[in-house]
Design a protein around this ligand. Structure first.
Ligand code: LLP
Length: 437
């Protein structure tokens, strides 16, 4: 690529389209999130740094809410995507409920001021302690994934003198056409009760003293970019609703899970409003319009609301490969290493000069520690880069591998930037270690 000069400069700057727009924008050479320049945040708070746009999160949730407005519904944010208290509070303030998968996530909802009565508890392996905690907190329902779990939950709730509200997570055996690690609705997956076992499982639930059936649910996978798999799963779920109600069960709500994809590069997932309109049309056509509809979106509410900022530490060109070593690594953002996920990487402040092709990698001692491969960038040591679409499954999947403290997090709202999680200290990483005498 040749250097861009003079009048071409402005054209080049504005030509880039960024996932996360309109909240993420390039103004002149600089990348801005809402009304805050990201390079300034990197300087103020250090790197690696996660930065989220509150307005982007609110806009994404509002789109779901508007599409569901005229019918009984509950939007349960799948907080595994991003469970920072400030994020939870943002959604709780909008009236959202939460999809949780652990006692830890329930504790976060409560700490952030969320309403446990709007919580659905998913997950293929809940412990007795987690079940008891959720019952005491008064969650809306348990999304139960096996007959074995039904028996345990009934025993736990009976011992507390309660009945547990239950929705059975059915595995509809549809192909979500996504990465195998995040596809969950096929027969070979560990998730849910097999479609053909569902009637028997509802019959068992009806016999158990500690169980009260309230719904049905499914979740077929994540980063889904087509409507068809949702419609297939919905049809199969509605077939089951009709069968189990004929058997005597009462299905109050239908929960279609999460999974709607976002644009990382050139994906074109349906807009949430469009997806919901098609689902509702099907639900109404089949005479199920009176039921409460639940959805559990995670990524589509937060993914493109966030970026991760990282500083260029080392430039290592060679005849085979040019390595750009940055201060964020697979422990901070594991999606590229784990799913070969492509995430945009752009400079916080563009430079002019010849671009070279770089592998952007972290300092962790693994060849799999990379954030992006073969990226055309014009770089100098000390430059700040932004990894885009990092608001979902970024910080929540971070670890302390290589004794690396986890990143700090900042929330932007208009021209205000607030630290919402301070950077971990090294001392905190081994404060629970015990040196034998
Ligand atoms: N409901 C259930 C039961 C789930 O298991 C999940 C995600 C969701 C809702 C939310 O799905 P979403 O709307 O975010 O697609 N770490 C992977 C994604 C794992 C998704 C796990 N389950 C990634 O970074 O791509």
């Amino acid at each position: 690529m040749s250097p861009v000069q003079g009048a071409d400069i402005a054209a080049t700057w504005t030509a880039t389209t960024l996932p996360g727009g309109p909240f993420l924008s390039r103004r002149g050479p600089d990348l801005w999130l809402e009304e805050v320049r990201l390079a300034d945040l990197a300087k103020e708070f250090g790197t690696p740094l996660y930065v989220y746009s509150r307005s982007a999160m609110r806009a994404a949730a509002a789109e779901y809410q508007q599409a569901l407005a005229n019918r009984p519904h509950l939007l349960c944010y799948a907080m595994k995507a991003n469970s920072s208290l400030a994020v939870i509070k943002t959604f709780a303030d909008m009236g959202l409920g939460f999809d949780i998968v652990s006692g830890g996530e329930l504790a976060r909802v409560i700490a952030a001021g969320g309403d446990p009565a709007k919580v659905v508890f998913s997950g293929v392996g809940k412990s007795r302690i987690e079940m008891a905690e959720a019952l005491k907190a008064g969650v809306k329902c348990f999304n139960v994934e096996s007959e074995s779990e039904l028996l345990t939950l009934s025993a736990v709730s009976s011992s507390l003198g309660q009945t547990a509200a239950v929705s059975l997570r059915v595995n509809p055996d549809v192909d979500a056409k996504t990465h195998p690690y995040i596809s969950t609705g096929l027969k070979g997956n560990k998730f849910g009760v097999a479609h053909e076992r569902a009637r028997a499982a509802y019959a068992l639930a009806a016999r158990l003293p500690g169980i009260r059936v309230v719904g049905i649910d499914c979740h077929i996978g994540s980063q889904i970019t087509e409507v068809a798999p949702y419609l297939d799963a919905l049809e199969r779920l509605l077939d089951l609703v009709e069968q189990v109600e004929a058997d005597g069960a009462l299905i109050h709500h239908i929960d279609l899970g999460g999974g709607l994809g976002i644009t990382y590069t050139d994906e074109q997932p349906p807009a949430a409003g469009m997806l919901i309109a098609q689902l509702l049309a099907r639900i109404e056509a089949r005479g199920h319009g009176h039921r409460e509809l639940l959805m559990e979106p995670g990524r589509s509410l937060v993914g493109n609301a966030g970026v991760m900022l990282t500083e260029v530490l080392v430039l290592k060109p060679s005849p085979e490969k040019n390595f750009c070593i940055v201060d964020a690594a697979m422990n901070d953002l594991i999606r590229p290493a784990m799913y070969q996920a492509w995430m945009g990487i752009v400079p916080c402040s563009q430079r002019f000069g010849e671009a070279m092709t770089w592998d952007v990698v972290g300092p962790v001692c693994e060849s799999g520690d990379w954030l992006g491969r073969d990226r055309a960038l014009t770089l100098k040591i000390g430059d700040m880069l932004a990894v885009l679409s990092a608001g979902a499954y970024g910080m929540t999947m971070a670890s302390n591998y290589n004794t690396r403290p986890r990143a700090a997090e900042v929330m932007v709202d208009g021209d205000q930037a607030t630290l919402i999680r301070r950077r971990e200290t090294v001392q905190e990483l081994f404060c629970n270690d015990i040196l034998p005498a």
